[in-house]
Design a protein around this ligand. Structure first.
Ligand code: DGL
Length: 257
């Protein structure tokens, strides 16, 4: 079994892509519904919440954990990797993909707009990523805290579109090559971003993270050939509202059409 963790339903956007690449596995999707959104919590609180999820995963004897939450990754991934005896795969904003494609498209003079939670945007890990890629001067950071709440409330258009439109209004979008969605909740709004910024490439880290997971499991000889199943868990308890999770999976299914 593979444990997939997020503060809420955002990580389903990554789970959907993981299942596309690894359809013969069993998954346990853990949403920390009691504590979402994480971006309003302290790092210490987030560490405590993630520890609870890890305890749950250990009891399920998972063979790998996927942190499908950029915010939790920035706070916890290093110490989890140091303390757990199996692979911990983590998502991060797809700035490298955006920068590489900008070069390919002759747009490396243009800027990259990274939308994420404030915790991610001010984290040392994110800063290290920008330093490594040497893109500091070309990256603008935009925190979109409310978008997490819209996604949790299943509001994918209307008010949410208004919020995104207003947040992007101060930017001269023709100066940008792309927008990076650095929070898994934001992927639900990809069609909205495309409509508001039609000339820009929109990236998230889902495809790359799922590919990375597949490579690691292959290398470690951990791939399963099971029938697909997903257990949905909310803050340590098996979900009583599976229909809600399935509605989100359907939204993502339609986006992929
Ligand atoms: N989905 C999460 C992320 O990728 C975090 C959202 C939140 O709880 O603030 O950053």
């Amino acid at each position: 079994m593979i444990g997939v963790f997020d503060s809420g339903i955002g990580g389903l956007t990554l789970l959907r892509e993981i299942i596309r690449q690894l359809p013969d596995e069993k998954y346990c999707y853990y949403a920390d519904t009691d504590h979402v959104p994480y971006s309003t919590k302290t790092e210490e609180q987030i560490r405590g919440f993630v520890d609870k999820a890890v305890e749950y995963f250990l009891a399920q004897k998972v063979k790998a954990i996927v942190l499908a939450c950029n915010t939790a990754t920035n706070v916890c991934v290093e110490y989890l990797r140091a303390s757990l005896p199996f692979p911990v795969i983590a998502i991060q904003p797809a700035v490298k993909v955006a920068a590489d494609n900008a070069v390919k498209n002759n747009e490396s003079h243009k800027k990259i707009l990274v939308c994420a939670t404030p915790v991610t945007l001010r984290s040392a890990r994110f800063q290290r990523l920008l330093d490594t890629l040497d893109v500091n001067s070309r990256v603008e950071r935009l925190g979109l805290t409310e978008l997490v709440n819209f996604a949790e409330k299943e509001i994918f258009d209307g008010e949410a579109r208004q919020y995104i439109t207003e947040a992007l209004a101060p930017y001269h979008l023709d100066e940008f090559s792309s927008i990076v969605l650095g929070c898994t909740h934001f992927t639900y709004f990809e069609p909205v971003f495309r409509r508001i910024a039609p000339g820009l490439n929109i990236y998230d880290g889902n495809e790359g993270t799922a590919r990375h997971l597949k490579n690691i499991l292959t290398k470690e000889n951990l791939l399963a050939h099971d029938s697909l199943s997903i257990d949905y868990v909310e803050s340590g308890i098996k979900s009583h509202n599976i229909a809600r999770f399935e509605r989100y999976m359907n939204v993502l299914e339609h986006q992929m059409d």
